[in-house]
Design a protein around this ligand. Structure first.
Ligand SMILES: Cc1ncc(COP(=O)(O)O)c(C=O)c1O
Length: 377
């Protein structure tokens, strides 16, 4: 059997990793400024993480959600503390799309409504409702199309107010990334997130903060939406939560009540996934990685802004977009093959950086020096 060919691949086989470095099967070392799409939060193969996951596996890897899984409660406590939202409730699943799917479904159960507001440039995943609120017709199959989703321009308070004035009583939820990732590292303005909060309160709509990419401390606060000083009703998480172990979660406001059977999953919240996420939460807290993300991120962005040939540097913490005047493909290829640095992209012109939250100024300097060399060559 061959692989179903849906991914354009770099011709590199990664076989080993440590911290912010990965090695290919030829022994070549690469600096990882992309963390495998924002997944690597505490660095590859972190010793505490490896030890915790291995020890857990020796005891038990999985049992179903029909028994008490103490690790779920420990994880809920730790995430409540880390995020500063201890009164919230945790539901565990397996991926970012699944987290968003569950969030929108829960909102609809909660207020009995059907319509969801999403924004231009959004990416929320590839399952049915998650892809329906994703602004990319190329990945929406005919079966996913629905009249229940309304797309509005991002960061446009007036458009939001007008829509709510007309249809507010029918809107179940608003789903918004605090920083659009796939959409080009576009930061939601505090006024915009505050307006969403205000209108959701006024009309009984559920505010869903998609924190799958911008959450788990990456922005320099646990949730990037925290920068606006507002609380969402549901936060969705995945990626950095498990540092590579597949896990998704939603953190749910106390005002939304659970009912037996309303949500469920076979694998979500299993012992092994929880152990991985607990180890991640431990390291983030012990090593003050949210502060590091903010500090190194600010430093990196300020150094990048000094470089010639860049149109704009955007982002918060260690979620950074470098917009070039033209297509970034060639520069990214040269970063990878000549400078041995992994980066990502958003669209054609934006280089996307999503490194581990414990990168140092030295890593940042190495990247800036390499990019400068290519931009001035
Ligand atoms: C903001 C956002 N939401 C949701 C998802 C979907 O997550 P997953 O690929 O784990 O389903 C992604 C993935 O890139 C994302 O960036």
């Amino acid at each position: 059997m061959k692989l179903f060919d849906v991914y354009p691949l770099h011709n590199i086989a990664i076989v080993r990793a440590e911290g912010s470095y990965v090695w290919d099967d030829q022994g070549t070392q690469y600096l990882d400024m992309y963390g495998g799409h924002a997944v690597i939060s505490i660095g590859h193969t972190h010793p505490h993480y490896v030890e915790t996951v291995v020890n857990q596996l020796k005891n038990i890897g999985f049992y179903s959600n029909s028994v008490i899984i103490k690790q779920q409660r420990e994880l809920a406590d730790k995430l409540g503390k880390l995020s500063g939202k201890e009164g919230y409730q945790l539901f565990l699943c397996n991926s970012g799309a699944e987290a968003n799917e569950n969030a929108m479904k829960l909102a609809s159960f909660h207020n009995g409504r059907k319509k969801v507001v999403a924004f231009k440039g959004s990416f929320h995943g590839r399952t049915s409702l998650a892809v329906a609120v994703t602004d990319n017709p190329n990945i929406v199959a005919p079966v996913n199309r629905t009249d229940n989703v309304i797309f509005l321009p991002f960061n446009d308070v007036t458009a939001l107010e007008q829509l709510f004035a007309q249809q507010g009583a029918e809107i179940s939820s608003v789903i918004v990334e605090g920083i659009q990732g796939v959409g080009g590292i576009k930061v939601a303005s505090p006024e915009f997130l505050q307006a969403i909060r205000r209108l959701c309160d006024q009309y009984g709509t559920v505010f869903i903060a998609d924190s799958v990419q911008c959450g788990c401390g990456r922005s320099g606060k646990y949730y990037s939406h925290d920068w606006a000083g507002v609380n969402a009703d549901i936060y969705t998480m995945a990626k950095g939560l498990g540092n590579g172990f597949p896990i998704g979660a939603i953190s749910i406001s106390p005002k939304i009540a659970p009912k037996y059977g309303m949500l469920g999953t076979t694998f979500g919240g299993n012992h092994l996934a929880c152990a991985a996420a607990i180890a991640v939460a431990d390291v983030i807290a012990a090593d003050r990685l949210i502060d590091n993300a903010r500090e190194v991120g600010e430093y990196l962005m300020s150094e990048l802004r000094k470089l010639p040939g860049i149109k704009e540097v955007r982002g918060r913490g260690l979620m950074i977009g470098i917009e070039l005047p033209d297509d970034s493909t060639e520069i990214r290829k040269r970063l990878l093959h000549d400078e041995k640095i992994f980066v990502g992209s958003s669209g054609k012109t934006v280089i996307r950086l999503l490194p581990a939250l414990n990168i140092t100024r030295d890593h940042a300097d190495r990247f800036v020096t390499a990019l400068k060399k290519l931009l001035t060559a």
